[in-house]
Design a protein around this ligand. Structure first.
Ligand code: COI
Length: 362
């Protein structure tokens, strides 16, 4: 990406800022969007010029394809403020790679990498006062793309809007997560779109999640769509378990999202010399491990959720409890979260080159 030409992205500034509306002590995920957004339209086989404009509604025809057949995709990313007060975007290249895979699966064109990267950089640079300074805070970045052809035949759209909006973000889960192992509903089937970050994957998960919530859980722990035998991922998060002293996570397949946080944790675990196994985990093995105390920890990992300890796992009507982190640095989940945060907040060298500082031109 470094040899690319830097595109010029014009900015129309918002008349007044809404920054004072943010309740910094009580950040609700995505509650207040920042003052500006990036938009870039595709039509006639080419992308038009990207621009940054005041945040505001889109005007779309009710027959726009996005409203009907699910051609809508997104990424979830974050910008951080380091302790020495610089602002960076975390791993834009890795997110772009996933956006490309998602777009291909949904038959959508993708903006050029230099538009993606420079658009994010310019937008975050403009909104840098919105990047929280408090521990655990971040500016959430939501690149997304929708189909905008106006017709009702079921066919790939010829026109699209790509946009990026941003919102200050705090903790997604206030405490340890309670998950229910899902044995009936399916999130993703082999050959489907499970690996892609497309709207339909999330819409289809709402009903089973509501059912689990009605039973007192926070999230579903999805199992494979064939036999409901192997653990796949949790709502919005990849999952990790600590069996004895081994960190274990299911391998990526076409039914599991290739999480950027998952990738970071695997890298940081290798750096720390932690023994890691990327292999299928059956519900039977998990249940046995919970019953015998071999499973010491379970946690979810995702951009929004960061590293979220799982405190309860419900399997076939029985709840199993895990000791959760006390924030004092014990346990692998806390160790890995601290290692990740240390890089993101500039407390330890970014040896993997994950932080893309917005004051560094490409
Ligand atoms: C993310 O972690 O960025 C996600 O995509 C979760 C989001 C659906 C809240």
């Amino acid at each position: 990406m470094d040899t690319m030409m830097t595109p010029y992205i014009p900015v129309s500034r918002a008349y007044r800022s809404r920054l004072s509306e943010v309740d910094w002590d009580n950040l609700q995920p995505g509650a207040v969007a920042t003052d500006h957004m990036l938009i870039c339209d595709y039509a006639g086989g080419r992308w038009k010029d990207a621009e940054i404009v005041p945040f505001g509604p889109f005007s779309l025809s009710p027959t726009s394809l996005v409203f009907h057949y699910g051609q809508t995709i997104f990424e979830g990313m974050k910008a951080f403020r380091t302790e020495d007060d610089r602002v960076h975007i975390f791993r834009p290249g890795k997110h772009y790679q996933r956006l490309v895979k998602t777009a291909q699966r949904l038959c959508m064109p993708v903006v050029a990498p230099e538009i993606f990267r420079e658009g994010l950089r310019r937008l975050v640079e403009l909104e840098k006062d919105w990047v929280p300074a408090q521990p655990g805070g971040a500016l959430y970045l939501r690149p997304f793309q929708i189909a905008t052809d106006t017709r009702l035949s079921v066919r790939v759209s010829d026109s699209y809007r790509f946009a990026i909006v941003c919102a200050p973000w705090g903790a997604y889960f206030p405490g340890p997560v309670k998950v229910k192992v899902e044995r009936e509903f399916t999130r993703a089937a082999k050959g489907g779109t499970g690996f892609a970050k497309c709207g339909g994957n999330y819409g289809g998960a709402l009903y089973p999640t509501e059912q689990a919530m009605a039973e007192g859980y926070d999230q579903v722990l999805w199992t494979d769509g064939i036999h409901h035998k192997y653990v796949e991922e949790s709502g919005m998060m990849n999952v990790f378990f600590v069996f004895g002293d081994k960190l274990v996570t299911p391998p990526l397949t076409d039914t599991i999202l290739d999480g950027v946080t998952r990738d970071c944790l695997l890298t940081l675990a290798a750096d720390a010399g932690i023994s890691v196994e990327v292999r299928p985990v059956s519900v039977e093995e998990l249940q046995h491990g919970l019953e015998t105390g071999v499973v010491k920890e379970a946690f979810g990992a995702g951009t929004a959720a960061v590293v979220s300890p799982i405190g309860t796992i419900g399997i076939d009507g029985k709840d199993y409890y895990l000791p959760v982190e006390d924030g004092e640095g014990h346990g692998l989940s806390q160790l890995l979260k601290n290692a990740l945060d240390d890089i993101r907040y500039g407390r330890r060298p970014d040896v993997h080159g994950w932080n893309y500082f917005v004051d560094t031109a490409i």
